[in-house]
Structures are given as structure tokens and as C-alpha cells.
Design a protein around this ligand. Structure first.
Ligand code: PMP
Ligand code: GLU
Length: 390
């Protein structure tokens, strides 16, 4: 009955683990969820007010497929202000979450057999949607020793006559690593040799960085025509359920994404689009408390793991709200991979974590620290106890 295409498509690993955790919670099990990547903060008050105002103003009709013009103009102002990127409104498409922007883009550009270079760890949906479109992911492996960043040599070796896209998130989900301006400029020297290859820069964690400001690879003038920038409200403004993402791309690609969207979903939710105008005009100042809180939690989680589970090797991420520790010391006996390990931690410690396999890194697990410090301590204690029993 089902299509080949859907039979080969796995459920999103992040959402699958979140589902399992919710099912157990509903049965009354006291689960601490470190699996789902979403801020635990409520929506900021000024955005709730913008949503209510949008309802009263009567925004109840179909919005234009690529998004309201004033929102697209506001996105262009934001990209100029924060990222030094020059786009015009006809190069922007607003979607139902950055997830849809990514899916639109992949479906708009990938023919069966086309290659997409993916540094691992990669966000789960990149890999699965590329496969769904018939594309071939070309994985560049990294590990904790290099902060999960690729080298120029790795990139140089990955190009082929079939390469269509290079796709990465910066800051990275799941490692939290952030490529600096200098590192991106070094990679750019390779990209300029392949003007037919598009670079997709997913900057959805842009406002959650702990050191220098995020640098957008699209602001390097030689690459301007080759970069597609993706962003959205979910993480920056803690409104994952309001579903708003966008991409900025050369007009031909933006138009193609809009055409796909016109067949699948139409324009994104009108109320959320009005909220987005308020959010993007306000910028990052009104939500800087989230970044400060995440930084404290990051340090707390790292120190709790160092004290209680010293064999778990942790990275020190510069952004997002994930830790991506190397757990290879525990992959032995009845635990043969990180899927087994996460299942064990869920059943034994009642802590939900996401297996690294799904992100292309089978030695690691992802721990989201979008939790308060007390919950973080409790989760680490529970994991420490369970891991001792292995
Ligand atoms: N990109 C990355 C790297 C993500 O972690 C996520 C998950 N939120 C998304 C895109 C999709 O975000 P959304 O659809 O909620 O805008
Ligand atoms: N992006 C988040 C995560 O990585 C939310 C889940 C999803 O969109 O797949 O967990």
C-alpha cells in the first residue's frame, strides 16, 4: 500500500525519542527529557501581544505563498543588520518552520544521484530529506578532538562532478560547535573553486552563541551568489510550536521553493507571520536572557558530568543548547551502539537522550540542556547510577 519513498523514510530520530519520552511520562514515569531540541522558556510577552493583536486585526485569510511582503522586507533588514547579508524581498521565502525551508530547498535543487556534502554530525532531517529526494549524502566525519569541525583538506577531497550542495548548521545541532569567521574564510577559498555548488548555511541557533558573534558565510562577497541562508523563530524566540522559518536565496531558487510550497502548504500561518515582524524588528536584545541562562546551564552540565561520569568525554560547545559527549567507553557487552545506550538510559535512568547514530556520529549522544540546573543535576546523577551498573 505505502510508497517505496515513504517506506524508506525513517521517523525523525529527535522526534521519535521525544515521542517515547512523552509516552512514558503519560504513563506516570518521571522522565527527564534531554532529547528534544527546544527551549524550555515560554514565548516572550511582547510576542504573545503581537499574536493577539494580529488576531484582532483580522489576519485570518491566506497570506501570499512566500510570506507577507513587509515580513520579507523585515527579514532583509534583519539579515543586513545582524549578518551583513544583502537580500531583497523577492529572494526570501517564509515557511512553516525552517524544517520546511530545508525540505523545499532540497526538493527544489536535488535530482536523483546528486551529491550533498554533509559534515557529520549533521542535523537528522538533512540526511533523511536528501535521501527522500533521491540525493546522495557525502559524509565528512569529525570527532570531539577537533570540536566536530571539518578541515579544509576534507572539504577539498569531497567535491565531485555530482556535488550540488554543501549543507551545515552553524552553530551546529547536535555538537554546538561554531565555525569562526577565520575558519569560514578558509573553507570559502575552496568553495570559490566550485561556483556551481551551493552552500546552505542553517543559522537557526544564531542568537544562542557564547563567544564571538555568529559570522554568516554568505557575507563573504565572492560567495554571495552561492549561499542560501536559513533561519527561523523557533530557537531564538522560544516559539517552536508557532512554526516559522525562512530562507534567503538567489531569486531562481527562492521562486522554485515558493512554487513547491504553493502545492504543499501555501503561505505560513498568518498570525505567526505578524509575530515574526515584531520579533525580527526587536532583534536579539529582548531574548538575551535565554542565551545567558543557557550558558550557565552548559557549564553546570559539563561540571556535573566531570564530577559524576568522568569517563564520559564532553565537548565545550560555543553555541546552541546541546552537549555531544563521546560515550564510546560504554559501548560494550549488551550495549552495542548508542541506540541501545539511549534505550537503556531511558528505561533504567528515566533520562531521554538522542543517539548519535542519527546525526552520523556513532560514538556520541546528544544531551539537550534546555532544563533547569536542578533537573540537569538529577539527570546526571541518574545516568551515573545506571552507567555504573553496566
Ligand atoms: N535546523 C536545525 C539545525 C534544527 O535544529 C531545527 C530544529 N528545530 C530546524 C532546522 C528546524 O526548526 P523549525 O522547523 O522549528 O524552524
Ligand atoms: N530540531 C529539534 C531537534 O533537533 C526539534 C526536533 C525536530 O525538529 O526534529 O531536536
Amino acid at each position: 500500500m505505502l510508497s517505496q519513498r515513504v517506506r524508506e523514510l525513517p521517523e525523525s530520530a529527535t522526534l521519535a525519542m521525544a515521542r517515547k519520552a512523552t509516552e512514558l511520562k503519560q504513563k506516570g514515569v518521571d522522565i527527564i527529557s534531554m532529547s528534544l531540541g527546544e527551549p524550555d522558556f515560554g514565548a516572550p510577552e511582547f510576542l504573545k501581544e503581537a499574536a493577539i493583536q494580529a488576531i484582532h486585526e483580522g489576519h485570518s485569510h491566506y497570506p501570499p505563498v512566500p510570506g507577507y511582503l513587509d515580513l520579507r522586507e523585515t527579514i532583509c533588514e534583519k539579515l543586513k543588520r545582524d549578518n551583513n547579508l544583502e537580500y531583497s524581498a523577492n529572494e526570501v521565502v517564509v515557511s512553516t518552520g525552517a524544517k520546511q525551508s530545508i525540505a523545499n530547498l532540497i526538493l527544489a535543487t536535488i535530482n536523483p544521484g546528486d551529491e550533498v556534502i554533509l559534515p557529520a554530525p549533521f542535523w537528522v532531517s538533512y540526511y533523511d530529506v536528501i535521501k527522500f529526494a533521491g540525493g546522495v549524502p557525502v559524509i565528512l566525519n569529525t570527532d570531539i578532538s577537533t570540536h566536530f569541525k571539518i578541515t579544509v583538506e576534507q572539504l577539498r577531497d569531497a567535491f565531485s562532478s555530482k556535488t550540488k550542495l554543501f549543507l551545515f548548521s552553524n552553530p551546529c545541532n547536535p555538537s554546538g560547535s561554531v565555525y569562526s569567521e577565520g575558519e569560514l574564510r578558509e573553507l570559502a577559498k575552496e568553495f570559490v573553486k566550485y561556483p556551481e555548488v551551493m552552500i546552505v548555511s542553517d543559522e537557526i541557533y544564531e542568537y544562542i552563541t557564547f563567544n564571538e558573534q555568529n559570522f554568516s558565510i554568505g557575507s563573504i562577497p565572492e560567495l554571495k551568489k552561492n549561499v542560501i541562508t536559513i533561519n527561523g523563530l523557533s530557537k531564538a524566540y522560544a516559539v517552536t510550536g508557532w512554526r516559522l522559518g525562512y530562507l534567503a536565496a538567489p531569486e531562481e531558487i527562492a521562486k522554485a521553493c515558493s512554487k513547491i510550497q504553493s502545492q504543499f502548504t501555501s503561505g505560513a500561518n498568518a498570525i505567526t507571520q505578524r509575530v515574526a515582524v515584531a520579533a525580527l524588528k526587536a532583534g536579539k536584545e529582548k531574548v538575551s536572557y535565554m542565551r545567558e541562562t543557557f550558558l550557565k546551564r552548559r557549564d553546570h552540565l559539563i561540571s556535573e558530568i566531570a564530577k559524576n561520569i568522568p569517563v564520559m568525554k564532553t565537548n565545550v560547545p560555543d553555541g546552541a543548547f546541546y552537549l555531544f559527549p563521546d560515550v564510546s567507553a560504554f559501548l560494550k557487552g549488551k550495549i552495542s551502539n548508542t541506540n541501545d545506550l539511549c534505550q537503556y538510559l531511558l528505561e533504567k535512568a528515566h533520562v531521554a537522550a538522542t543517539p548519535g547514530e542519527a546525526f552520523g556520529c556513532p560514538r556520541n549522544i546528544r544531551l539537550s540542556y534546555a532544563l533547569n540546573e536542578q533537573q540537569i543535576s538529577e539527570a546526571v546523577n541518574r545516568m551515573a547510577q545506571a552507567l555504573k551498573e553496566l
